[in-house]
Design a protein around this ligand. Structure first.
Ligand SMILES: Cc1cc2nc3c(=O)[nH]c(=O)nc-3n(C[C@H](O)[C@H](O)[C@H](O)COP(=O)(O)OP(=O)(O)OC[C@H]3O[C@@H](n4cnc5c(N)ncnc54)[C@H](O)[C@@H]3O)c2cc1C
Length: 326
């Protein structure tokens, strides 16, 4: 155990832009590293183009391990896993943190399995015990309790939800080291014939979300919400039953087992407000709900609650916006 020192975070990039969750991991990681008196490093895999790896230093990293190869532009889990596992075996961090994005959720368990270590998924808090072990805090039993989990093996691995940790203020004076590493490609395994579908929407970054729930009668009625979201320059969200029924893709799902969102405005149409749904949107700046049932739990956390039929109210809002702004 004593062989393992320091903290490593995975710096996620998409289309050569560093994902903000990486800065959040650095913010929390820096705090933990200062308490432990150790270094914090980031590992970044990207295309050959110049990616601003120094931004990771300005946001708290002491070292950045940079892997650059044209094949890394697209997320191929085998190559990512192979290079990261090799690095971890070499530098032996005590803690390895990954963002709980689609990318991180896919990569994290594979790395943990390869290293024969534990992984706590979807953490919303990280602390240290008196011996410097990582306490990984995550909702359990569908959000009814907060579990505090410790890992006996090393590294202690956790995926951390996006938008729950705070990034440190950028400090361009901060010094650090960028270490270039050779990329090792996985030899002749399967050829991927079907390219992974690019994520069309990134609901976690949306400023305005118009979400639909089981108050909608049929899949095509989502069109009404798409129209409203389009007028507001927002995106469409959904409660889980709509995703389970195949009405809309999983990337639109808001909640405990979907995406955590924090938009400026969240409009919930025909959503009752289960604990699992609210776990993903309750930190929105302004919540507006439309529900026929005045006792629906979502109304209790709403800034504006409209008790009424969404089939009457949503078209009226659309009409008013069109009249006023078009
Ligand atoms: C492990 C686990 C994880 C889960 N994860 C998630 C998750 O990530 N996200 C998620 O959303 N759920 C999740 N769920 C499911 C969750 O428990 C609820 O079943 C779900 O959120 C309910 O969705 P809903 O509010 O759309 O439907 P309902 O609870 O059926 O609510 C429909 C609402 O629409 C209202 N309504 C009906 N007609 C109209 C109308 N014409 N106009 C206006 N209002 C109307 C009703 O009054 C009602 O309040 C999870 C469950 C489990 C067990």
């Amino acid at each position: 155990m004593n062989e393992h020192q320091g903290i490593l975070i995975l710096a996620e990039q998409r289309r050569e832009e560093i994902h903000p969750v990486s800065y959040e991991l650095l913010g929390k990681g820096r705090e933990l590293a200062d308490k432990l008196g150790c270094q914090i490093s980031a590992v970044l895999l990207s295309n050959n183009k110049i990616i601003k790896a120094e931004e990771l230093i300005y946001h708290g990293a002491d070292r950045v391990f940079l892997y650059q190869h044209s094949s890394l532009q697209k997320f191929d889990v085998r190559n990512y896993k192979h290079n990261i596992v090799k690095l971890i075996k070499e530098i032996k961090p005590a803690i390895f943190l990954i963002g709980a994005t689609h990318f991180g959720r896919s990569l994290g368990p594979r790395i943990a399995a390869a290293l024969n270590t534990g992984l706590t998924a979807d953490c919303i808090g990280l602390e240290l015990d008196e011996s410097g072990n990582l306490i990984q805090i995550r909702p359990a039993f569908t959000g009814n309790i907060l579990a505090e989990i410790k890992t006996r093996t090393r590294p202690q691995m956790a995926t951390v939800r996006y938008k729950v940790m705070t990034a440190h203020k950028r400090n361009p004076q901060k010094q650090g080291e960028i270490i270039l590493r050779n990329v090792e490609m996985m030899p002749g395994m399967l050829t991927i014939l079907k390219a992974e579908q690019e994520q069309q929407i990134n609901i976690a970054d949306a400023n305005i979300i118009v979400s639909g729930g089981k108050g909608l009668k049929k899949a095509s009625d989502l069109e009404m919400l798409t129209q409203l979201a389009g007028l507001l320059n927002g995106v469409v969200g959904a409660s889980r039953p709509l995703v389970d029924d195949g009405w809309i893709g999983k990337e639109h799902q808001v909640g405990f087992s979907g995406n955590t969102v924090k938009p400026n405005i969240y409009i919930a149409c025909g959503i009752s407000g289960s604990p699992q749904h609210m776990a993903g949107m309750r930190n929105s700046d302004i919540i507006i709900s439309i529900n026929t049932d005045p006792s629906a739990p979502i109304l209790r956390i709403s800034d504006y609650g409209i008790v009424g039929d969404l089939y009457e109210i949503v078209p009226k809002i659309i009409e008013t916006i069109k009249k006023t702004y078009q």
